[in-house]
Design a protein around this ligand. Structure first.
Ligand SMILES: Cc1cc2nc3c(=O)[nH]c(=O)nc-3n(C[C@H](O)[C@H](O)[C@H](O)COP(=O)(O)OP(=O)(O)OC[C@H]3O[C@@H](n4cnc5c(N)ncnc54)[C@H](O)[C@@H]3O)c2cc1C
Length: 364
């Protein structure tokens, strides 16, 4: 496995749980998982992420993206149960509330809620908003409450995965992969993975989970899977909101497309911007903070105590994510764009399935 973000580390753990012998390679394995201290360099996707799981509230009701989301939402409670440990606690926080930005969206939400009652979706109008819904901001057009969508803290997830990987005896190599080499001849089924240390690791199957860096490893082998960087900025705000504003605050509140996540007594994460390229704009966080004109004064006046940015990998000309067996023994699980944390469990299961098919083929 190359790349130890949510996708790579989650897949490595899942494969190890299924009895596979796994090596996970990433220079980040040399570091402890704390960060948010780099304001100038982009963080990797998982470190920068908010960990929001918007599975059931997704617009479409068919197709691969919907199936992956549904499968992940089925698997997340099981993952959390298995990964949670007193030393590395992990929770699935729910619910998620999404506010409508106008009458058309409110109508669409209403019909979605009707179709997905059994998935925990409920529509509310500003008239029937009770304390169990939301006191702020004035919901205006109403919104959707999704009982089973929510959030996992991405740093807690990585700590829990790291601990479980060690327990499952997954080899953790804190190195960068320099290049990949196909098996030498027909009798040899081993890929050679060359590290920046000069060492070479041999394996039957290579799984590439390196987000934007994937093409660097795959291009020399003749595979072209271009991806574009879409930058996201996150603000951590110290707020002094009126006490009632905190009552019934959901795990995630989505307002004007911005996620608001309360993560301690009076701190709120606000994110994330969507910016083409790799340079953070100074204006985008200001625009995001206004919440399309809905932001209350206490939010506008809140002090910024932390601020970071990261890069998402968006496949060019193809839908996210890129899940492909490129050739025998070479699998790509990358390009998860805005949903790599959400889709980590379904991705891990897909990779396991492909490896099982490959081993059956090899045994024949
Ligand atoms: C601001 C922001 C907010 C987000 N919010 C959410 C959210 O709420 N919910 C959600 O589901 N998703 C969210 N995302 C998207 C999500 O973070 C990504 O889709 C996800 O983290 C991708 O995970 P990954 O494991 O594929 O990649 P990454 O987490 O980027 O990890 C890739 C790893 O590959 C390693 N690597 C690269 N090259 C090599 C090499 N040659 N050798 C070895 N290792 C290598 C890197 O060191 C890195 O650790 C957000 C993204 C951003 C930027």
């Amino acid at each position: 496995m190359i790349g130890a973000g949510a996708v790579g580390a989650g897949t490595a753990w899942h494969l190890a749980c299924q009895g596979h012998r796994v090596t996970l390679i990433d220079p980040c394995l040399a570091e402890s998982i704390n960060h948010k201290n780099s304001h100038h360099e982009p963080l990797n996707g998982t470190d920068a992420s908010l960990g929001v799981l918007m599975g059931h509230i997704f617009r479409r009701s068919s197709g691969r993206a919907w199936r992956l989301r549904q499968r992940s939402m089925e698997l997340w409670p099981k993952w959390v149960e298995k990964l949670n440990h007193p030393e590395t606690p992990l929770h699935l926080d729910t619910p998620l509330i999404q506010l409508a930005s106008g009458p058309e969206e409110a109508e669409r939400m209403q019909s979605l809620a009707k179709q997905r009652i059994e998935l925990g979706l409920e529509y509310f109008t500003s008239a029937n908003t009770s304390s169990r819904h939301l006191p702020w901001p004035n919901p205006g057009y109403g919104g959707l409450r999704s009982q089973n969508d929510g959030r996992v803290d991405p740093l807690a997830l990585q700590r829990a995965l790291r601990r479980s990987l060690e327990r499952k005896k997954v080899s953790l190599l804190a190195s960068r992969v320099k290049s990949l080499h196909r098996p030498n001849d027909r009798d040899d089924t081993h890929w050679r993975v060359e590290l920046d240390t000069g060492d070479i690791t041999h394996c039957h199957c290579v799984v590439v989970c390196t987000a934007l860096a994937s093409n660097l490893l795959l291009n020399p082998l003749g595979h072209s899977l271009p991806m574009a960087a879409v930058l996201g900025q996150v603000l951590d705000l110290q707020v002094s909101a009126p006490a009632t504003s905190w009552d019934h605050w959901p795990a995630v509140l989505v307002c004007a497309g911005v996620n608001l996540i309360r993560h301690s007594k009076d701190q709120l994460l606000l994110g994330a911007t969507l910016e083409e390229g790799e340079q953070p704009s100074a204006h985008e966080p200001l625009i995001m903070r206004r919440l399309g004109g809905l932001a209350p004064n206490w939010l506008l006046q809140a002090e910024v105590v932390d601020h970071w940015h990261g890069l998402r990998a968006r496949p060019s000309g193809r839908p996210a994510p890129l899940l492909e067996v490129l050739e025998q023994g070479l699998i790509l699980a990358s390009g998860h764009y805005r949903n790599g944390v959400l889709l980590a469990p379904a991705t891990a299961e897909w990779v396991q399935h492909q490896i099982n098919i490959e081993s059956i083929t090899l045994q024949k």
